[in-house]
Design a protein around this ligand. Structure first.
Ligand code: NAG
Length: 159
């Protein structure tokens, strides 16, 4: 009985350090750990599982940003053109980048997963630039850029 408890404790410690060790190799350790710890699958995932969790976070953030964009049409009609562009960009993240990355990693071809993850950050930047310095989405843009770069680093560990 005691032995079982000891082995289980050791397993939990090594699982915990899996997230830690993976996140140490990303540009934002704190963000990486907080994203992975917030998902119940994180504690038992391997690196490709951790990458899939992070891609899911990209999806959640893109969905949230798209909702925000849709709400801004009424509040800021003068921004319509930039909002249209952003709407297209975030739909690209949701309909192309995310599914492409999930499929690539699930099938064990992470190189193609990296492309989708990088593109999510690029799409967010292009959206932001459309407002020419007066973006109402800056903090969401930065979050996407940050998640994208953390996720990219994790996907690269699979290459
Ligand atoms: C994104 O990362 C930068 C650099 O680490 C940090 O200064 C900034 O607060 C982060 N922004 C968001 C919204 O997460």
């Amino acid at each position: 009985m005691k032995l079982i408890v000891m082995v289980m404790t050791m397993m939990m410690i090594s699982e915990g350090s899996m997230i830690d060790q993976t996140c140490k190799q990303t540009p934002d350790f704190k963000l990486c750990v907080s994203l992975l710890n917030s998902d119940p699958r994180g504690s038992s995932a391997d690196i490709s599982g951790l990458a899939l969790i992070l891609i899911d976070k990209i999806k959640v953030l893109a969905t949230k940003t798209l909702t925000e964009i849709n709400g801004l049409y009424k509040k800021r009609p003068e921004l319509k053109q930039a909002l249209d562009q952003c709407s297209r960009r975030y739909k690209t993240i949701l309909n192309a980048d995310v599914p492409e990355a999930i499929e690539a990693i699930s099938k064990g071809v992470p190189k193609f997963g990296e492309d989708g993850v990088i593109d999510a950050g690029v799409e967010a930047s292009v959206c932001e630039e459309g407002f020419q310095g007066k973006s109402p989405l800056t903090s969401l843009t930065k979050s996407m850029q940050n998640i994208s770069s953390v996720t990219r680093a994790v996907v690269r560990m699979l290459l």
